[in-house]
Design a protein around this ligand. Structure first.
Ligand code: SF4
Length: 482
């Protein structure tokens, strides 16, 4: 296919992606090389990631581009290039970033040629970009969630002399494949299957900052997973704001259940995880696929948010308390030993004590392995922000009661596999106990047992000697004879 180009200065620059970014990576690589020769050392970069696993995966892509350009990763923010991949799901996430920008300014005063960039969900908010332009003019590059693949081009524009490079897209239907990625773990990886969300839950800012749902082609996803497995990955986490609605915008629609079955066929892949599932469209077909596909881990994260059908309606969640409980029954019928975790918001506008009791009732009936519990946070621009807020002290009291109930039940259900031998994917050395390693069961529960770095990334049989509430202490099976 003839590569379309545009003329920039003397150069013919490709207009299509990813060729265009490959071109800019080469241009910036030369500039970075010259700078590092001047300094007599490689240039360093530091990416600080806020928020969810989608952001963590985006940061692996951003690091892949920076390393391709010639930067070396550093954990210190005293680096030549510092990038914040921001989150805006709750207001305190924004405040955290503003606080850090002040600190970065002190570093930049000592290193004036240091570059600072911001991207991610917070930068999709016009008010935040205006605040950065006005109060943090030491920031060099600002981009959003839809064009993270353009980092090399934006860096080129900055190094070519632009004052503050700002490139925020309202939305996009573009998905750019085949750019370099530097993943954090050699043995496991997140894999984006779709981007954006069309659900517009009334408290949530995500649809406004991540745009409309668009799914990657199944063949691109399968090809990426095959490359990952060939590169040593045994476990993948399929990522999407709502994976259950995967494939709806594809030219040839494919359901999430069908995609799971295809991925389950991949040789060498051992474990498949996925998040996040919206209860409103977790189909019978998907439950059957979870049952049939032996590589699908027996853990499901199924956000409830509230147990009150009245509140769920105002949240625009499109399921009732009864729908949710019936769904849990269907899932447990198909996968009896599945671990269920959830997200619950306390203090949603208008929530009464009766509503809260409904939430406690669901928690007692479902008996979650664990739950992420959140105090409702006003997000400017969402419908719920304009609603009457529940007084803080009432919310705090409910939050404490909910947490106590969740932790009591979690402590009771998490130990159910004690005294059995289970398969553990070893993730790292145990940073609390010398001579021990840490790993996870397929139901995501943590296990600590004697071992060394040679078993990291391997799936080993471990006898679960004792449950400590939220984790197990174990013994590698091959040591059982001793
Ligand atoms: S499903 Fe609802 S809560 Fe989840 S990202 Fe979409 S709008 Fe937000």
């Amino acid at each position: 296919m003839e590569q379309k180009t545009e003329v920039m200065g003397e150069a013919a620059v490709p207009t299509q992606e990813p060729e265009r970014q490959m071109y800019f990576m080469e241009q910036v690589k030369a500039l970075v090389k010259r700078r590092s020769e001047e300094k007599g050392r490689p240039l360093t970069c530091c990416i600080n990631t806020f928020g969810c696993q989608m952001n963590a995966r985006d940061s692996e892509k951003l690091l892949g581009i920076l390393e391709q350009i010639g930067y070396v990763e550093s954990d210190s923010e005293d680096a030549d290039f510092v990038l914040y991949n921001t989150c805006t799901v709750r207001d305190n996430a924004n405040q955290k970033v503003y606080g850090r920008l002040g600190y970065l300014q002190t570093i930049k005063r000592k290193h004036p040629d240091m570059l600072i960039a911001l991207c991610g969900c917070m930068m999709q908010e016009a008010t935040a970009v205006e605040k950065v332009k006005k109060s943090y003019s030491h920031v060099d590059i600002i981009f959003g969630t839809h064009n993270i693949f353009k980092l090399a081009e934006l860096l080129y524009r900055k190094l070519a002399g632009e004052k503050m490079v700002i490139d925020i897209w309202e939305g996009t239907d573009e998905i750019v494949e085949d750019l370099p990625i530097e993943r954090k773990y050699p043995f496991k990886s997140g894999v984006n299957i779709m981007f954006g969300c069309n659900n517009f839950c009334s408290y949530c800012i995500v649809p406004y900052v991540r745009g409309r749902e668009r799914s990657r082609k199944p063949e691109d996803i399968i090809a990426e997973i095959r490359r990952l497995v060939a590169d040593g990955v045994v476990e993948i986490m399929l990522l999407g704001q709502n994976v259950n609605s995967y494939g709806k915008n594809l030219e040839h629609p494919v359901t999430f259940a069908q995609l799971l079955r295809q991925i389950n066929e991949i040789e060498g892949l051992e474990r498949i995880r996925f998040m996040t599932s919206h209860p409103k469209d977790l189909s019978k077909e998907l439950i059957q696929a979870m049952k049939d596909c032996e590589k699908v881990c027996n853990h499901l994260h199924l956000p409830l948010q509230s147990g009150s059908s009245r509140v769920l309606k105002v949240m625009n969640r499109r399921y009732t308390k009864e729908d949710y409980l019936a769904l849990v029954d269907r899932i447990r019928e198909a996968v009896p030993d599945i671990a269920l975790t959830t997200d619950i918001i306390v203090g949603f506008p208008g929530e009464t004590e009766e509503d809260f009791q409904e939430t406690l009732d669901v928690v007692r009936r479902v008996r979650y392995d664990s739950a992420f519990t959140f105090i409702y946070s006003i997000r400017t621009g969402t419908p719920a922000a304009a609603m009457e807020q529940v007084p803080e002290e009432i919310v705090k009291d409910r939050f404490d009661r909910l947490l106590a109930e969740v932790q009591k039940i979690s402590g009771e259900v998490c130990g159910r596999d004690a005294g059995t031998v289970q398969k553990v994917l070893v993730e790292c050395l145990d940073d609390h106990k010398e001579g021990y390693v840490t790993g996870r069961l397929t139901n995501n529960t943590v296990v600590h047992f004697p071992g060394d770095a040679s078993v990291i990334g391997k799936i080993v049989d471990v006898y679960l000697e004792e449950s400590k509430g939220f984790y197990y202490m174990g013994k590698p099976v091959e040591n059982m004879e001793g």
